[in-house]
Design a protein around this ligand. Sequence first.
Ligand SMILES: NC(=O)c1ccc[n+]([C@@H]2O[C@H](COP(=O)([O-])OP(=O)(O)OC[C@H]3O[C@@H](n4cnc5c(N)ncnc54)[C@H](O)[C@@H]3O)[C@@H](O)[C@H]2O)c1
Ligand SMILES: [Zn+2]
Ligand SMILES: [Zn+2]
Length: 363
Amino acid sequence: MKALVYHGPDQRGWDTVADPTIIDPTDAVVRIDTSTICGSDLHILRGDVPETTPGTVLGHEAVGTIQEIGAAVTTVAVGDRVLLSCVSSCGRCRFCKEGRYGQCLGGGGWIFGHLIDGLQAEYARVPFADNSVYEVPAELSDEQVLFLADILPTAYEVGVLNGHVSPGDVVAIVGAGPIGLSAMLTARLYTPGRIVAIDLADSRLQSALQFGADTIINNGHEDARAQIMELTDGLGADVAFEAVGVPDTFELACELIRPGGRVANIGVHGHPATLHLERLWTRDVTITTGLVDTYTIPRLLKLVISGRLDPTVFATHHFALEDTMAAYDTFADASKTAALKVVLQGSETAHAINGRVAAGALA
Ligand SMILES: NC(=O)c1ccc[n+]([C@@H]2O[C@H](COP(=O)([O-])OP(=O)(O)OC[C@H]3O[C@@H](n4cnc5c(N)ncnc54)[C@H](O)[C@@H]3O)[C@@H](O)[C@H]2O)c1
Ligand SMILES: [Zn+2]
Ligand SMILES: [Zn+2]
């Protein structure tokens, strides 16, 4: 089969690799119908994720069709169309039992395209299939559910739910990339009073307006703290999300918050940030951190079915799966291409979309 293979920092290829097979009885083999690229894939390609070894197939978000199941798989069958979560769950360990799949101790967690071969490929081996895939309702397209694999549950769980967004809240979101924009979409489910988007890129701030921001601040040349204070009678935001992953933006989020408010850190940090306890200790603030668990996928699916959430707004570019190399170039150059998410369509999906008879099976 063909797959997008990581060959070390700044090196990738669309290569012929061995077809995946069932290894453990809890595995399934899935044909990838629709996939996408994440900022984390770019981190791996920059060499920031040393545990991902050269030769690994990248990708951790996809919709696919089950081709084969292991002897122990009972809840999905060959032919089922499923959403593959970025986080796998063994279903048995202490953390999986409490819904903290991201912390799985039994071999799950973020493994696709990180510790094992991932989902930017024609086929993939899916461990713990019973606990890690979600059947896609027939009435929904792949594109309607694809972004429930990672960005939407991340922003919803680690941002909106950890930050307890409530009706009327002023929500400040630092970073308006796919995660910050997902936080805007899912925060709106709780009727905040005002959403303030803060970013250095005007193009991202324009997207933020489309995703529900009421106020945009370019903190490259505007004073975000002063503006938030002006909007909130000098008190500060009720909730602030950090959705960038650098020390400055974490420290900014902590400065924006009112006494008794909540700072929810979503960004992945590679460097230490300063916690200004000398200013914060009197202010009754709550700071949360988190790795996505994707336990909210079933809830988000219901919202897509009922039309209350439309994730297709992220799909700015479409490519055939075999053009994944070009899709990376577009996604990585977001400041020029204005890419939010690129959709990679397998040949079966393309056929279905063109109304032609789908052909081909697992070779
Ligand atoms: N906690 C989790 O489980 C989890 C899961 C997925 C992603 N993430 C992390 O969430 C963060 C955001 O992801 P993304 O895909 O949206 O990233 P992205 O890089 O596409 O977007 C980040 C945005 O931040 C803006 N930005 C950069 N520096 C800034 C600054 N100093 N002030 C204001 N804005 C600034 C950029 O212009 C960009 O629009 C990343 O750190 C990512 O790794 C966390
Ligand atoms: Zn991701
Ligand atoms: Zn587990």
